[in-house]
Design a protein around this ligand. Structure first.
Ligand SMILES: Cc1cc2nc3c(=O)[nH]c(=O)nc-3n(C[C@H](O)[C@H](O)[C@H](O)COP(=O)(O)OP(=O)(O)OC[C@H]3O[C@@H](n4cnc5c(N)ncnc54)[C@H](O)[C@@H]3O)c2cc1C
Length: 433
């Protein structure tokens, strides 16, 4: 991307080229404003490119705003006015009409048809280009300049000052800092008098004590039931996809439970029990296993276990249950069968912590929502300041909800900042990538 000259006045300056910033910049320019997007990396959207395992789960296909916003827990009530302007329907329309068809997968997850995050990236890049957004990369913003209680400009790390009518903070949260999201926006917003709630990793893989599980790296179960317990009391029970990793557990279900696990760990030890056959009770599972054993009477246990569970786990089971792997099925005792059933219906695992902010999908915390006007995404402290995307203190589950929040808040902020600007659009040609 080309560099644009500094010392230029813009109607809208967007700081941070993540999904929220790119949408905000494109929409502000489309609304008629002259827009500058400042990104500290060599290109915008580094985190966007790794979303959804490189496939970008761009939204969740829930067209009813009331149902959709229930997913944002107590924070959903703040979001109605923004989602009334740009919700899932408008998001899908936006991508489809900007040349990016989508596909729908389980649990309402929507992906680009190409199954490549690059398609989303290109769509936003083209959107900004079409509406003449000046994109300036390698441009870390250092601070906001305030004169007489008004934001008058921003200073870049290289000392250059750029002025604007309105400013949109889209610097993201603090997860995966190597992508550029290092929490700069939180520091500025605190200095500007906003309340920023502490950042805890939210959707984050967890570490477990049991090292045998670490050897199952990559093994996934699409429908596992996970129960968390503390002080012998059940805290949470959920069913979904889990994934064993080299340090513990991940997968959508674990990511969604991780914030509560982090919270519980603050109060003492937590145990997890993983049921790999949630649709069968112990009796049904026993009958199922007996039917497999009946067909394999003369085979060795180690060869038959993989008919019951995936091979990687089957190899680990004899040692874990102190069973003789070489034993023929016809001499496996009822007690031994029961110990197998007990284990795979409630695999005990001990969470010890998370992979931290560095590996979190989302970090909870951010700007207090009461300090933002969601009709416009304007700060309630500075009328020419807008706040979007991960900078906001909104918890949400995995499933496309985070990016949807970026599209909605970015679009609303861009539209209002772009059309509210007092400075007439300059006629000078804008530099482009
Ligand atoms: C591994 C992973 C997978 C994910 N998968 C999904 C998914 O499939 N679906 C989903 O909905 N969500 C997903 N998310 C969450 C989603 O990526 C984030 O919610 C989203 O990227 C937030 O967008 P944002 O624009 O607010 O901020 P970011 O994407 O964090 O972008 C902020 C930008 O601001 C720039 N910046 C920061 N400070 C400065 C500064 N001082 N000056 C200039 N520029 C600056 C950064 O370099 C960065 O480019 C995933 C997250 C991770 C980590």
């Amino acid at each position: 991307m080309k560099k644009v000259p500094a010392h230029k006045h813009y109607q809208v300056i967007v700081i941070g080229g993540g999904p929220a910033g790119m949408m905000a910049a494109g929409r502000a320019a489309e609304s008629g404003a002259q827009v500058l997007l400042l990104e500290k990396n060599s290109r915008p959207g580094e985190k966007l490119l790794i979303t959804g395992g490189g496939r970008s789960n761009i939204t969740n296909n829930e067209k009813d705003n009331r149902k959709l916003l229930e997913k944002f827990k107590g924070k959903g009530k703040f979001l109605f006015s923004a989602f009334a302007q740009f919700s899932v329907t408008e998001t899908l329309h936006f991508f489809h009409t900007h040349g990016m068809p989508t596909i729908l997968e389980g649990e309402g997850r929507v992906f680009p048809k190409t199954e490549k995050s690059e398609s989303v990236w290109e769509c936003l890049r083209n959107y900004m280009k079409k509406h003449h957004v000046d994109v300036r990369t390698h441009s870390p913003v250092k601070k906001f300049n305030i004169t007489n209680g008004t934001i008058t400009g921003i200073t870049l790390n290289d000392g250059n000052v750029i002025t604007g009518d309105s400013y949109i903070i889209a610097t993201g949260g603090m997860s995966r800092p190597e992508t550029g999201s290092t929490g700069d926006g939180f520091k500025w917003l605190t200095t500007l008098g906003h309340t920023v709630h502490g950042a805890d990793p939210a959707l984050v893989p967890i570490r477990t004590k049991e090292t045998w599980g670490h050897k199952l790296t990559g093994l996934a179960f699409n429908e596992a039931k996970v129960t968390t317990r503390q002080n012998n009391a059940t805290q949470d029970v959920r069913i979904g996809k889990i994934l064993f990793t080299h340090v513990g557990l991940s997968g959508p279900l674990i990511l969604n439970m991780s914030k509560d696990i982090v919270e519980l760990l603050k109060y003492g030890p937590v145990t997890l029990s993983v049921d790999l056959f949630p649709s069968m009770d112990n009796n049904a599972l026993d009958k199922y296993i007996q039917s497999i054993f009946l067909k394999n009477q003369n085979k060795k246990l180690r060869n038959v276990l993989s008919d019951i569970v995936p091979n990687m786990l089957a190899q680990a089971l004899p040692a874990l249950l102190m069973l003789d792997a070489e034993k023929e099925i016809n001499i496996v005792t009822r007690l031994e069968r029961q110990s197998l059933i007990k284990f795979i219906k409630a695999i005990p695992l001990t969470p010890t912590g998370t992979l931290g902010v560095e590996k979190a999908v989302v970090v909870s915390g951010g700007v207090d929502l009461a300090e933002v006007d969601f009709r416009t995404m304007q700060s309630r402290i500075y009328s020419n300041l807008y706040i979007v995307g991960d900078v906001l203190d909104i918890d949400r589950p995995s499933g496309g909800y985070s990016l949807q929040l970026c599209w909605t808040t970015g679009w609303v902020a861009g539209m209002h900042a772009g059309s509210n600007s007092p400075t007439p659009r300059l006629s000078v040609p804008h530099s482009q990538e």
